[in-house]
Design a protein around this ligand. Structure first.
Ligand SMILES: *[C@@H]1O[C@H](CO)[C@@H](O)[C@H](O)[C@H]1NC(C)=O
Ligand SMILES: *[C@@H]1O[C@H](CO)[C@@H](O)[C@H](O)[C@H]1NC(C)=O
Ligand SMILES: *[C@@H]1O[C@H](CO)[C@@H](O)[C@H](O)[C@H]1NC(C)=O
Ligand SMILES: *[C@@H]1O[C@H](CO)[C@@H](O)[C@H](O)[C@H]1NC(C)=O
Length: 328
């Protein structure tokens, strides 16, 4: 019995090595990819020694349950596009693929049943929008669907929109028209929107991917524009009136303004002391304050020459502070 088992093992091993029709490993990750009803079967390549492999794909429909060739027999790539024949969106299609090299083949690997109108991924539609000056409370939307609907299919657009400033409050509306208006918006406000396609067929409802958010500003109403224009006009008018009146006043009261714009004259404190108490001799007053105010020193030298006339010339000098300031 031991001999028999050993013999059997030997035969099995020699079969694996020498048998020309030995099984190849089967393709992995067999999936149907479908985007906007363009579908294909994809799989990962089979890695074996001894050169590249070829693949063959078959299909069958639920109604006509028989494997048939697609246009993918002994292809080197790892993707097989659906032929025109399989473009019927409501058919249930199953596919299978195997690896081949010469007479050697792998097992068939079957895909999940695929129904285009249920399994396809619907991409986002193309959206453009325009604000119209005549309709400041609405936005006009134009939508291009990602594929053309067939008879019996209903394409609808779900529009989600929100004011950019307040992201929280989204509003939604549904329409089957590719050109329509969103109404009841605030004028001159930035709105962002997102649109997705919903496909309704007899048996299925599917929802597509949303478009990337796009933002549009509503127009400014004519009334508001006119209002602003009037406001600006009035503002300019007021400024002009003020300017004219101001100029007139300046001219009219030129001297008064000059008088008021000068700081009131104050008699330096040491002169004041002197005037209040004339018994003090002038130089004493001078000595007390010479450090504090050099300008006063200058004016005192002038009046010092008239000996006893000192106080009077100090008084004379007093009402013309302008000249003493200019010397500063
Ligand atoms: C099969 O593929 C070939 C080459 O890719 C192409 O020329 C031909 O039209 C296809 N046939 C069908 C029935 O799709
Ligand atoms: C298609 O969708 C159905 C239900 O959602 C799922 O069971 C099936 O696996 C999908 N088919 C493919 C090929 O993805
Ligand atoms: C929308 O608002 C956000 C802040 O809430 C700001 O950062 C962003 O720039 C705005 N978008 C546009 C297009 O102005
Ligand atoms: C599809 O959706 C519409 C409304 O959203 C609903 O009335 C209908 O019953 C749905 N059909 C299927 C097959 O789910």
């Amino acid at each position: 019995q031991g001999f028999l088992l050993c013999h059997f093992n030997l035969i099995f091993v020699s079969l694996l090595i020498l048998e020309p029709s030995a099984r190849l490993p089967a393709p992995q990750g067999v999936m149907v990819y479908s985007y906007n009803f363009r579908s294909s079967l994809r799989w990962s390549p089979v890695e074996v020694d001894g050169g590249p492999l070829l693949y063959t794909v078959h299909f069958k429909t639920a109604a006509f349950n028989q494997w048939d060739e697609m246009n993918c027999t002994r292809i080197s790539g790892t993707e097989c596009r659906f032929p025109q024949l399989l473009n019927e969106r409501s058919w249930t299609v199953t596919l299978r693929v195997r690896a081949e090299r010469g007479p050697a083949v792998s097992d068939w690997v079957q895909s999940e049943p695929f129904v285009a109108e249920r399994n396809t991924t619907i991409g986002p539609p193309r959206v453009s929008s325009a604000a119209e000056a005549a309709f400041p409370h609405s936005l006009l939307l134009s939508i291009t669907p990602p594929f053309a609907p067939r008879p019996g299919e209903l394409l609808q657009y779900r529009v989600s929109y929100w004011e950019n400033a307040t992201r929280a409050t989204r509003k939604e509306l549904k329409t089957s028209s590719s050109l329509f208006k969103i109404t009841d918006l605030k004028e001159s406000t930035l709105y962002c929107l997102e649109v997705r396609v919903e496909l309704q067929t007899l048996y299925c409802n599917i929802s597509g991917l949303p478009s990337a958010p796009q933002c549009y500003s509503t127009a400014l109403s004519e009334a508001t524009t006119t209002g602003y224009a009037i406001l600006i006009f009035l503002l300019i008018l007021v400024i002009l009136i003020f300017a004219i009146v101001g100029l007139f006043l300046i001219q009219r009261y030129h001297t008064t303004i000059k008088y008021w714009s000068q700081a009131p004259f104050r008699i330096p404190s040491h002169f004041e002391e002197y005037l209040q108490d004339p018994s003090l001799t002038f130089p004493e007053v001078l000595e007390n304050h010479v450090q504090d105010d050099p300008c006063d020193f200058l004016s005192v030298v002038c009046s010092g020459e008239g000996s006893q006339e000192g106080p009077t010339s100090a008084e004379d000098k007093a009402p013309s502070p302008g000249s003493s300031r200019e010397s500063e």
